[in-house]
Design a protein around this ligand. Structure first.
Ligand SMILES: C[S@@+](CC[C@H](N)C(=O)[O-])C[C@H]1O[C@@H](n2cnc3c(N)ncnc32)[C@H](O)[C@@H]1O
Length: 312
């Protein structure tokens, strides 16, 4: 049975799979099983991104905090996830004597419950207000007296292709007060083989994460995908800096989703996700184009990844 909650999911799926180039939104990766698979991806040696971001937060939070120029501020994290990395950042800030209030925003109530448990276990008494919902909406609910630092970590900005990323950052810019800052975790362009490996692990966890979207449709949308008849195809284009993820049909087949028939040709691709990589020059260009007054980059020791702080 299709509930009101997954009506939007159904609408998006039918629209996406009816396009000439079939596509599914990556925001639907994260059901319970998807959350678990993503946590496994974060631990894979090939998926260097979280380790780089964590290294920067563990070793450079003092310098990052100095770049903020405030002792009292609110931290609003978009798509906060389970807080595994942010907890190190918040702990260091409180150890440095900063007075902070933390607002993790996420579409998944489950992941926010884990976030709160994890943060309070390590920083008992931290004032925090988890907010469930689409951050485009929930960001509008917040009213701050203190300067706020918007966090958008995990290279999540990479899920928007170049111009869409700039449009998204412009939306954030417009919601920021003059004394607010934006802190972005960004995966940088590097050896293309290193990048491709991150999305093509030999254990098949990334494949399982992508194909979970089909399983989710079977469970929630009355679909009948034969998951063994689909596969995952990752691809990195080093000139544009975009890593693409696809699911493809291994044979010609029809699938029914809540009574809608969707036909697949043999080897037909469904686009599921992009992960845009940036150079520091591109990040500096974004600062200028959007009129941020400055940007400061903090890099890990391999220079794979940047935490970039933009001042309005
Ligand atoms: C890839 S995870 C990253 C989590 C965390 N930022 C990190 O770096 O580990 C993306 C998170 O964003 C959340 N998310 C995706 N789209 C969202 C939206 N439109 N509004 C709120 N949360 C969203 C997902 O539920 C998920 O927890």
């Amino acid at each position: 049975m299709i509930t009101a909650l997954n009506e939007q999911f159904l609408k998006d799926v039918i629209a996406g799979l009816s396009k000439p180039q079939k596509q599914l939104s990556s925001k639907y990766f994260y059901d319970d099983e998807g959350d678990k698979l993503f946590q496994q991806i974060m631990l894979m040696p090939e998926y260097y991104l979280p380790a780089c971001e964590l290294e920067i937060l563990q070793l450079q939070t003092q310098s990052i905090a100095e770049s903020f120029g405030y002792n009292t501020f609110d931290i609003v994290e978009l798509g906060a996830g389970d807080g595994t990395k942010t907890v190190h950042f918040l702990k260091k800030l409180t150890d440095l004597g900063k007075k902070i209030v933390y607002y993790p925003l996420d579409i998944s109530a489950d992941v926010l419950a884990t976030n709160q448990q994890q943060i309070l276990e390590h920083i008992p008494g931290l004032e925090m207000y988890p907010i469930v919902g689409d951050y485009f909406e929930t960001l509008g609910y917040l009213k701050h007296d203190n300067p706020k630092i918007l966090l958008f970590m995990g290279s999540n900005i990479g899920n928007y292709e170049n111009e869409k990323a700039v449009a998204f950052l412009k939306l954030l810019y417009d919601k920021m007060n003059p004394n607010d800052l934006l802190m972005l975790g960004v995966d940088l362009k590097k050896n293309p083989k290193t990048i491709l490996n991150a999305y093509d692990d030999k254990q098949g966890i990334t494949k399982a994460f992508n194909l979970n979207l089909l399983r989710r449709m079977n469970v929630e949308l009355d679909a009948n995908f034969d998951i063994d008849e689909f596969d995952h195809y990752p691809y990195y284009e080093p000139i544009t800096g975009i890593a693409y993820s696809y699911i493809f049909s291994k044979k010609s087949q029809d699938v029914h989703i809540d009574g809608h028939k969707i036909s697949f040709e043999e080897n037909e691709m469904i686009h599921t996700e992009v992960s845009q990589k940036y150079s520091l020059k591109q990040l500096d260009d974004i600062q200028r184009v959007l009129n941020f007054s400055s940007v400061q980059h903090f890099l890990d020791n391999r220079q794979y990844y940047a935490v970039s702080v933009f001042k309005k």
